[in-house]
Write a protein that binds this ligand. Sequence first.
Ligand code: KG4
Ligand code: ZN
Length: 340
Amino acid sequence: METRRILGIETSCDETAAAVVADGRHILSNVVASQVELHAQYGGVFPEMASRAHIEMILPVIQEAMRQAHLGWDDLDVVAVTYGPGLVGSLLVGVNTAKGVALGRNLPLVAVNHLEAHIYAHWLATGFTGAAPADLSFPLLALIASGGHTELILVRGHGDYDCLGGTLDDAAGEALDKVGRLLGLEYPGGPAIERIAREGNPQAIPIPRAWLEGSYDFSFSGIKTAVAQLVQKRGGPPTGRAAADLAASFQEAVGDVLTAKAAAAAEEHQVAAILLSGGVSANQRLRNLAQERASVPVYYPPPILCTDNAAMVAACGYFRYLAGERAGWDLDVVPNLRLA
Ligand code: KG4
Ligand code: ZN
């Protein structure tokens, strides 16, 4: 089959990203301009500033992706762009830029669901130890845990999904980010908590889990509140060993619930493998817990492909393109877009 080179564009939150991927698998370039420093002073993403930073960065990022791929505009076959879920102003920048490129070069435009793209990070060839093999067979179970989402998805085939459960309140990453702030750590909280948790005892502090028995739904606001009360009781954020113990105990509670439910769903639906996806799946403790508990292989992409990037958008766009999907020039963004 003829090679298809896809330009992927991603601007759903606070990373401006562009990538070129061949046949949904081979990364020719993958450029991410993070706005983390811009938003760090607010302890979270400031939507209007995110849109404005995307406006400034999107064309330089695309040009850099084309340069690193050693390609000219005539070498592209498809443009794929995230149209939701995400921040409306941020999504608009990516979608309009993608329309401009597709119109200008007379290329097909494919609209990509950001959640689905996180799953397709597993189709990218990386040579990474935890990465999925090229011949993944269905059904699969995807755990998407990021700053905005926590979902357990049964993947029956390409583009064929069943949402088994999701968070009823905070996303896992959101809870980590909020607890990071309570502990006085830098933004984003997830990687910062993981770093200090390495020196802590995950059993040191009892953190209550919300099991929501009999469902694959999650709730993280209660454990976040438990940490807030602990911090308040001691009159401020702990430091040193006490901070490490609290971070380790909280990280353990989040990982415990996520992986117990993922392992149970994998068992019930007899899947071939579990795909850890989204920014929180960069967490090594989560990866280890999932591997300990699941009776099927657990795969995870390298960290750069767990957090938001455009290579996953291009990979997903390739499979949507093969399925015959094309977006019209009237493509709009869908901030609350769901999967399945
Ligand atoms: O997928 P992502 O980049 O953006 C969204 O689509 O939301 O996920 C970002 C989230 C943040 O909440 C961040 O704290 C979390 O992923 N995260 C981590 C780690 N790296 C990023 N959480 C735990 N451990 C990490 N190593
Ligand atoms: Zn994401």
